[in-house]
Design a protein around this ligand. Structure first.
Ligand code: COA
Length: 174
């Protein structure tokens, strides 16, 4: 079995992201919010290769093959931005590669990466309450469910509840 790794995004990856995430099947039912402006991806790639100080993204690769993307961004709504910032993570695995453990493995690699390279001690994740694959994946990675964000997300013609999870540095087993 080829090794799962994270690496910096390339312009070929952007083509794959456009091709794979521009439909309900591709994005996943819980992540489809309609079409979006993918030129922003190319602009961002040319600006900082998706490695910013407040957010970033990496390709998920199975051997040489790109099978998805992980993202992280800064959340500052728990206190003052300079003292209470934490990371939030997100992920999209291409539809044909889902359900084979790669999403869980990729998020494990991302959490390891973020705790290794930044001193922040909290990583949070939010997902739709009906997104069982992501919820189960987070729970397998020691994330603790903190609450339900009621009717927060407009998608597919209705409001949807979200679930918020977090893992703390000292609690993450790796
Ligand atoms: C959510 C996602 C990242 C999970 O990755 P994945 O590789 O498909 O999931 P895994 O194979 O690692 O499985 C994780 C757990 O979920 C379960 N699972 C996987 N797919 C499932 C499904 N369709 N329904 C219910 N459970 C599912 C697995 O059985 C496993 O639990 P287990 O070990 O207790 O059996 C991936 O499905 C995806 O990219 N979905 C579309 C985008 C999305 O929803 N992103 C998350 C929101 S930010």
């Amino acid at each position: 079995m080829a090794e799962l790794t994270l690496r910096k995004l390339t312009s070929e990856d952007i083509d794959l992201l456009e091709a794979n995430f521009q439909s309900v099947h591709g994005a996943g039912e819980a992540q489809w919010f309609g079409f979006w402006d993918t030129t922003k991806l190319r602009t961002r790639l040319s600006q900082d290769q998706f490695i910013g100080s407040n957010d970033g993204a990496l390709a998920v690769c199975l051997g040489e093959r790109t099978i998805g993307k992980v993202d992280w961004f800064t959340v500052t709504n728990w206190g003052r931005a300079n003292t209470s910032a934490c990371w939030e993570i997100a992920i999209g695995i291409f539809a044909e590669h889902r359900g084979r453990g790669f999403g869980t493995q990729a998020q494990r690699l991302l959490i390891d990466y973020l705790f290794a390279h930044y001193p922040r001690h909290r990583i949070q994740a939010t997902t739709a309450i009906e997104n069982i694959a992501e919820r189960r994946s987070l729970e397998k990675l020691d994330f603790v469910q903190e609450g339900i964000i009621r009717q927060a997300q407009w998608r597919a013609g209705a409001w949807h509840d979200q679930v918020i999870y977090s893992v703390l540095r000292e609690q993450f087993a790796g």
